[in-house]
Design a protein around this ligand. Structure first.
Ligand SMILES: CC(C)(COP(=O)(O)OP(=O)(O)OC[C@H]1O[C@@H](n2cnc3c(N)ncnc32)[C@H](O)[C@@H]1OP(=O)(O)O)[C@@H](O)C(=O)NCCC(=O)NCCS
Length: 213
């Protein structure tokens, strides 16, 4: 029985769910929840994406994130929607190099996600590292499957999903997209994250505990 407690995510404790990942280059990538004060940072990240990357991410021609989406992103956990940014320290400054959003549906035990990596940072393993981290974060919520949809011609996303072992199938109701899906149960032992550790040491996800290894 799923026992996710949305109270776990409060503005004053979001930092405890931060993960520091190691890229193949040896550089650190810090993945953290979007905080309420991050609206401008997030918007400027999206404005700086190339038209193609933004179009692939938002599946449309928007030049920036609509205010309603910013609002969702900066209220982590509301409606079971979670937004993260990934930062790298570049010349002493923390720069947002990627972002992702995931939503969890307790009834189906499915989580869905969208992801982007800044154009200057693509091809360095950041997408792979961030998506692996999302697998752990969503499993800690109780998700049994992680699902994404992308345009059929999005070679980058398809290559990334294939590399991480996702299975492909048609997106219901949209022939221009393809769906990729991965079963999460028992995978997260290889890719630990703070959310998983917190879930395992509190009662916030009964499902997560039942996956104990
Ligand atoms: C898709 C995306 C997230 C991939 O992130 P990334 O950091 O570039 O991915 P990685 O560097 O981890 O690469 C993962 C694998 O995909 C391959 N790959 C990445 N981009 C590719 C491309 N355009 N064409 C072919 N292969 C590609 C890499 O070679 C790598 O495989 P390898 O390890 O066998 O070499 C990034 O390109 C992006 O943000 N695109 C714009 C937004 C978008 O399309 N989002 C998806 C919609 S949900």
């Amino acid at each position: 029985m799923f026992a996710f407690d949305p109270q776990q995510f409060r503005a004053d404790n979001l930092g405890s769910f931060t993960d520091v990942l190691r890229l193949k280059s040896g550089q650190s990538l810090t993945v953290r929840f979007v905080a309420p004060h991050d609206a401008d940072v997030l918007q400027s990240y999206f404005r700086n994406l190339s038209q193609m990357s933004r179009g692939n991410r938002l599946m449309g021609a928007a030049s920036e994130l609509p205010p309603s989406e910013i609002d969702k992103a900066t209220h982590v956990g509301a409606h079971n929607i979670f937004a993260v940014v990934a930062e790298m320290n570049i010349d002493g400054t923390n720069v947002v190099v990627a972002e992702a959003r995931y939503a969890f549906d307790a009834e189906s035990s499915n989580a869905e996600f969208g992801i982007s990596v800044g154009d200057d940072f693509q091809g360095q393993g950041i997408g792979s590292a961030l998506l692996s981290n999302l697998e752990c974060r969503t499993a800690a919520l109780g998700a049994e499957r992680l699902i994404g949809d992308t345009l059929r011609n999005n070679e980058g996303m398809i290559a990334l999903a294939r590399r991480l072992g996702y299975a492909f199938k048609p997106t219901p109701g949209d022939w221009k997209q393809v769906r990729f899906e991965k079963t999460l149960v028992r995978l997260v032992a290889d890719i630990p994250c703070e959310s998983w550790r917190i879930a395992a040491t509190t009662s916030f996800s009964a499902n997560a505990l039942s996956y104990a290894f």
